[in-house]
Design a protein. Sequence first.
Length: 531
Amino acid sequence: MMFRWWFIVGILLFPTLGWPMSTTQRTEGWCSPAIAGVKGKVTINCTGVDPKVVKRLNEFLDEKDNELGKARRSLDEKIQEANEWIKKYKETEARLAEAGETNELAKQAKALLDQGELEQAGHLYDQALERQEKEILKIAENHFNRGRIYELEFRPDQALPHYEKASQYRTENPIYLFAYGTTLLKQNDYTKAERVYIELLSVLRKLTPADTDAHEYVIAATLNNLASLYRKIQKFDEAEKAYQEALIIRRRLAQTKPVDYEPDVAATLNNLANLYGSTQQFVKAQQMHQESLTLRRKLAKANPTAYESALAETLNNLTHFYETAQQFREAEEAGQEALTLRRKLAKANLNAYESTVADTLHLLASLYRTTQKFDESEKAQLETLTIRQKLATLNPAAYEPGLAETLHNLGNLYSDLKRIGESERAFQKSLAIDRRLAKTDPAAHEPNVALALNNLANLYSETKRFTEAEDSFTEALTLYRRLAQVNPAVYNSDLAMTLNNFTSVRLKIKQNHLVMGWWCHDSGSVRLQGA
């Protein structure tokens, strides 16, 4: 009760944030001591308000004096405080009067305020806020559930705005934040996803959980997803740190409940292996891949329906790893096993698994190009292209990056096969998509723009279109210089490669000009002699 009293007093005694209501303030103030010259306990009189309100003001002031004890205020300070109180009272009264024309709650509160019944007026608002708080909880839950239903329909782009609203209504709800961040990640909105995951971790670390295991499970899942995000945008140090923390938590949970938590250990091992492969730490990568594969084979043997998709994921990643390590036979074996599993899964549930079929075909196409099995490579790439074009039509945000990658790789394949026109068209389509994506998320997509420009410039150079090659290399260099300033470990090699290619083109242009100059000179001489 005392808390509510002083909460209401605080509203009236201290300046408000925002624009004050228009209230005429007399220069000498509304309030003065009832009897001048009195010391000790003094009653304050204020004009322009109901005596019941003034009486209540004096009760508040006396209560505050008792709390202050010997440090009580001077009479002038007390008068000043009373004048400020009356000013806020009148502003509140005017605000309620204005709102009361259309708002029954404000009308009732003003009637109580006029009688000095501040506690009762406050209680009205407490009840209203409690009702509205319940409504907010319901609205947030409804948005969350609507988003879940969209996800069940494999429409994450439609789920996203509902998850966003749910997390805005209930900013402290970890479930809502996790769903929002994860959907943003799926939709390749890395900037927003990072912000949501960091906010979620802050919320989780402050909570005192009733169930420690469940709480740690969510922290580990958040760290794992945040690390995957960092790997996608090539923040490798941050990714490793987050993966390692997630792995420590998940190993600890799996010690006591292996059935529940071993699948999560395998997932983080798989992700760490991919990270180490990306950073050319091949010994660590192979160790992580093998441990993940062992766990997932055991899980899939016990429950194929639940874990075959995870096993296919590890085999898919091993395909890429073995190719990078130039273990081509092992790469093809892993890729074909992954493809067989994923085709079977897609046959049972096309919406859920068709994109994963394209992912494995994409890796096999790359492997076949590396091993110069060009027919197999083209066949796999064209099937990948067909799937990704269809998916990108349904959900551009999620699948256009993959479509651009497929077109880029087709451009490289056709370049190898000297099918120059087809190569250029594929590169140009890929570049157009990457440019569009980079406008909304440059950190994620500018590296792809730079790579496409570099490869397109190489194609122009090979076909002696040196001016176009120079233009493309120049733009690629601008991007790589900017990227290398932020992340030199990742992009310095790309910058050096593009500089080398650019220098080569400039030399060819210079040589071409010299040749043309000599040709013109010789032709002129011949014509003069012939004249």
